[in-house]
Design a protein around this ligand. Sequence first.
Ligand code: SAH
Ligand code: MG
Length: 208
Amino acid sequence: MNFEDRLAYAETVAGFMPPDEGRALARHGLMRASEQPHGTWLEIGAWCGKSAVYLGAAAARGASVLYSLDHHHGSEENQVGWEHHDPTLVDPVDGRLNTLPAWQRTIAVAELEDTVIGLVGPSSVVAAHFTQPLDLLFIDGGHGHDVAWADYTVWAPKVVPGGRLLIHDVFADPADGGRPPYEIYCAALEAGFDEVDAVGSLRVLRAR
Ligand code: SAH
Ligand code: MG
């Protein structure tokens, strides 16, 4: 599959990424890939692989690798009885949400198995054992206060100077969505990241 075919396919994958934001992910990924080929990228929050295909399409162009991290049991709002629950993603054996099979199918269809590598586990545990500097980091994991702040605190310092930090679900107006992604975005601006783009709720920052 070529770059454009991957973007078109990504639009059909189940998930929480509008096409304009997904294409912005790919565009900024391409820019980073041209500056720094063979880079190491990581996303927190894989779900069924939608954002991984957008970013992976760009990563493949620069021979970079995207680690796609998730425990694959969903966030609070994905559980039974919540707004974003999808009963087809429940494992009949244990009754738990499990997005790993869907994620694997997505990455296979997109022909990105050599580019997008799954990391299955809690973000903070993986972070404590992940020492590789990151050329690009996309934060789209849990939206609760503690989880979002933990993701920012442990992962953002791994971004190299000139690297990109992308954050999803950033809403300046509390009426539009939860606070934690906006709070970590503000913290990143304070901590030496410069904003380079904003598309929908996606913010793209560059490390000084
Ligand atoms: N980027 C995805 C959407 C991610 S939704 C897309 O494009 O569709 C948020 C994901 O974060 C969920 O799949 C959930 O399982 C995961 N998540 C939440 N908290 C996590 C944690 N502490 N560690 C690992 N994954 C987590
Ligand atoms: Mg999101």
